[in-house]
Design a protein around this ligand. Structure first.
Ligand SMILES: [Zn+2]
Length: 134
């Protein structure tokens, strides 16, 4: 998988907005697009309603994947927020990464450097992916 992912500027803005509005809870959602460029964001409910972990509500997952498929888009990413901490994957984020071909975005409104970072999480390994704003 490429170590770079293209993301529409509006998608990044909406991700950040979702993270801020959900604070202090973690938010989450799905990202779709084509040709390696993310152009669609579908916010989802965090079924755990937690400040420290997330789980995309199963019904939202089904609706989002169907929506992507019906529009000929690929499921390219998953995002969630770390309302208080830095945006590096937690142990649980790594263990619960069930989509090895997805880019995992972590949004941290209070991060000291970049508010949005992306990672490839595969077999317990973490590799940062460059975000190219398009
Ligand atoms: Zn996390």
């Amino acid at each position: 998988m490429a170590r770079r992912v293209g993301v529409r500027e509006a998608v990044l803005a909406r991700m950040l907005e979702h993270a801020r509005s959900a604070c202090p809870l973690e938010c989450c959602g799905l990202l779709g697009g084509e040709n390696g460029v993310i152009s669609e964001i579908l916010p989802a409910t965090n079924a755990l309603g937690s400040e420290r972990e997330y789980s995309i509500a199963p019904a939202d997952l089904v609706v989002a994947l169907r929506s992507f498929r019906e529009r000929g888009l690929a499921h390219l990413g998953i995002y969630h927020s770390h309302p208080r901490g830095e945006n590096t994957p937690s142990r649980q984020d790594i263990e619960m990464a069930y989509y090895p071909s997805c880019a995992y975005f972590i949004v941290s409104p209070r991060a000291s450097s970049r508010a949005v970072r992306a990672f490839e999480l595969h077999d317990g390994r973490v590799t940062e992916i460059d975000i190219e704003v398009i």
